[in-house]
Design a protein around this ligand. Structure first.
Ligand code: FE
Length: 349
């Protein structure tokens, strides 16, 4: 993988040198993409774009934090045209740090729900959600009933003492979830709730979402918090140990009777200093097409953001439809700064 990345970097350097001597029109045929999405299945997504437009994609992969740090370090010399990140908290951070440029596009405005977009200015929108994932509960069926955890609020219930598994409180997925609770409950109630969740932990937070699900199946905890695609991945797995995990557990969509389950996004933005701005907007519009939406969502067992896009993911179909929260994702992103301070105060690492 490292070799591949170096090769990509070399290739993009070579291209930069080559195209520097050519007129602007020729330069427009390459798009530099910084992506925190790292799914094999996204390959087809990119090659279809190249086939349809003739625009090649140079991809640089890193995690969200790595991409934001790199954009800051590169400043106006950054070759980045398009940025793909996988969490509202990170997208909000990128917007605050001035790393994106607003986009005005009738296609994106028409196809991507306003609730799943970043800050709006007179010049356009800062970023756009391109796929969604729900943050849900997974329970040990031998220990809990779905009604025991049918609201996020119940994670702090005294009845669940020593039974909750969750990754680090300050991971962006959790910052966004807690930002959603903050929107619904206000500061004082949210901080008290976080304190209650910490008191209920079965162990100190460690590992990713899949590790929490496995800890439920092994009996270390009775309930875990996870993004839907990690559970869907296990549902689709043919490995006996994964089958056993799915057998023993059940996924619960929280808050169905009130505000709906918290839904996060992966999202795209045009880089502040993009040299290929038109191609970058063209790529974002392509991501909002029905075909690209299907590939984006299915590749990582996510949900499309565009209403007309159809997927037939057997795992997600088995989980069924659910009610999503209605709060704008940009508002949740903005709430995450306050959440981090609460986590520090209640000792949620
Ligand atoms: Fe993830």
């Amino acid at each position: 993988m490292k070799t591949l990345r170096s090769a990509l970097t070399l290739a993009s350097l070579a291209c930069a040198t080559l195209f520097a001597a050519l007129p602007a029109a020729a330069q427009d045929r390459v798009l530099n993409l910084y992506s925190a999405r790292h799914y094999q299945t996204d390959e087809a997504l990119y090659s279809n774009f190249t086939k349809a437009t003739g625009i090649r994609i140079n991809r640089v992969e890193a995690d969200d934090a790595g991409i934001l740090a790199r954009l800051k370090a590169e400043g106006s010399a950054s070759p980045a045209d398009v940025i793909l990140l996988v969490d509202a908290a990170r997208l909000w951070r990128g917007e605050q740090d001035g790393l994106f440029q607003p986009v005005k596009s009738a296609v994106l405005e028409q196809r991507i729900p306003a609730q799943l977009r970043g800050g709006e200015t007179a010049q356009g929108t800062q970023w756009f959600g391109i796929s969604t994932r729900a943050r849900v509960m997974v329970i040990d069926k031998t220990r809990l009933k779905p009604t025991d955890v049918d609201r996020y609020e119940k994670l702090a219930a005294p009845a669940l003492k020593g039974q909750v598994c969750i990754r680090s409180g300050s991971h962006p997925y959790n910052l966004s979830l807690f930002g959603s609770v903050l929107d619904a409950a206000g500061s004082a109630a949210t901080e008290a709730w976080l304190k209650g969740v910490v008191a209920n932990l079965a162990r100190d937070p460690k590992g990713g979402d899949t590790d929490q699900i496995r800890a439920v199946a092994s009996g270390e905890c009775a309930v875990a918090v996870t993004n839907t695609y990690y559970y869907a991945r296990l549902m689709k797995s043919t490995r006996p140990e994964d089958r056993a995990v799915v057998e023993r557990t059940q996924l619960v969509f929280p808050n169905q009777a009130d505000r709906g389950t918290h839904v996060n996004i992966s999202g795209a933005a045009v880089a502040r200093h993009a040299r290929n701005r038109d191609a970058a907007v063209q790529f974002l519009e392509y991501l909002a097409s029905d075909d690209a939406q299907r590939m984006l969502a299915d590749g990582n067992n996510e949900y499309p953001v565009v209403a007309t896009a159809r997927t037939e993911n057997p795992a997600l179909m088995a989980l069924g439809r659910f009610k999503s929260e209605a709060v704008p994702i940009a508002k949740i992103g903005a709430n995450t700064a306050g959440v981090q301070q609460m986590l520090d105060r209640v000792g949620f690492r």
